[in-house]
Ligand binder design. Structure first.
Ligand code: NDP
Length: 338
């Protein structure tokens, strides 16, 4: 059994040295347990927070513990009611390793033959759910409004923008580089997409948002937010989902203190700015999301792009790359055979 444990806490960007690959025996299930074999491991930005011991909404991973992560597994052996050998499952307790035991906690049975098992880690799982609830419940988009979303080709942003189109919004994406921007427009159906690496990013964004911004779905923070702030309309809504531009930051950004500008804009424009943590705040609405998103996907109304990296040992590098935008689509690691 190969497993990746947290060897040390990163300062700045995570590196391979923060992880250690270990070999252990494959455990044996006791009564009330199942033995799981990992097929896919999800890599997500929140994991950067779990590597750090700064105060957060969730406990950090302890040094020498297996890194946390959502996985899609097969049941190898079951001594737990409701699970049989061969079943596909979604687990939130197995993490970055080949084999793990589970007592059924945070374990969802996906049946014997899901058509696209790794969707449970993306469009039909945590990122898709995040896009759906954050946009519809907090963003409350209306027909004809302008919606802006960054990380536009990632699993959250791509889904936000496509739901925005289904709701009749004008959708402006922000992404890193021309290839991703092309994809957002041609494949995902966004009205336009701005490259945040462009020197004149602010001007391009302003030109693309001639009627101002009614919903800004915040995935990244940093200079994208700086460009968005002056364009926000009165009564604009900002679901604050993530701030990935600063997950590796070790200190506050340089420059003048703009807190009074931000608070003044919230006041005078009467903005709604609301953070959310998907399962904590909306877990009770998962079924509603799952039904609707499955239908949209089956009807071809929502598209989904995935990037699969081969081999558990590649996970640390792929994860670090994602925080810098090296992924293109939902990043998953293929850990083992079907
Ligand atoms: P992605 O696959 O989209 O990966 C992150 C992307 O962020 C990168 O690919 C990159 O895209 C972009 N990015 C990184 N640095 C910058 C930067 N400095 N400026 C602009 N863009 C940057 O991730 P997800 O779709 O999984 O997650 C998107 C966001 O949603 C994250 O902030 C995540 O933490 C958050 N999230 C929050 C949840 C919640 O419950 N609140 C639950 C799930 C996710 P590009 O190359 O296009 O710039």
């Amino acid at each position: 059994n190969r497993r990746l444990v947290l060897a040390s806490r990163p300062t700045g960007a995570p590196s391979n040295d923060n992880f250690r690959l270990e070999q252990t025996d494959i455990p044996k299930p006791a009564d009330g347990q199942v033995l799981l074999r990992t097929v896919f491991l999800s890599l997500d930005p929140y994991m950067r927070g779990r590597m750090s011991d700064a105060p957060s909404y969730a406990e950090p991973v302890a040094i020498d513990d297996v890194m946390v992560g959502g996985t899609v597994n097969r049941v190898v052996e079951s001594k737990l009611e409701g699970f049989s050998a061969g079943d596909w499952v979604l687990s939130y307790t197995c993490g970055w390793q080949d084999y793990a035991l589970s007592d059924g906690t945070m374990l969802i049975n996906l049946g014997t033959g899901p058509t696209h098992p790794s969707l449970a880690l993306g469009l039909l799982g945590m990122p898709g759910f995040t896009a759906y609830m954050g946009l519809l419940d907090i963003g409350a988009p209306k027909e004809g409004e302008t919606l802006v979303v960054a990380a536009a080709t990632g699993p959250v942003g791509a889904t936000v923008g496509q739901i925005g189109k289904l709701k009749g919004c004008r959708v402006v994406g922000v992404a890193g580089g021309p290839e991703k921007c092309d994809f957002a427009v041609k494949e995902l159906g966004f009205d336009t997409c701005i490259d945040h690496y462009a020197d004149d990013f602010d001007q391009q964004l302003a030109a693309a948002c001639g009627d101002g911004i009614d919903v800004y779905f915040e995935n990244v923070g940093g200079k994208v937010f700086d460009g968005v702030l002056p364009l926000l309309n009165t009564k604009a809504r900002i679901p604050v989902c993530g701030l990935v531009a600063r997950y590796n930051a070790t200190e506050l950004p340089e420059g003048p203190d703009r807190l009074s500008l931000l608070m003044g804009t919230i006041l005078t424009k009467r903005l709604k700015v609301q953070g959310f943590i998907i399962f904590d705040d909306y877990g009770y609405r998962y079924d509603e999301f799952y039904q609707q998103m499955s239908r949209w996907y089956a009807d071809g109304k929502i598209k989904y792009r995935e990037q699969v990296v081969d081999g558990l040992e590649q996970a640390p590098e792929a994860f670090a790359g994602m925080l810098e935008g090296k992924n293109f689509g939902k990043l998953v690691v293929r850990v083992g055979e079907d």
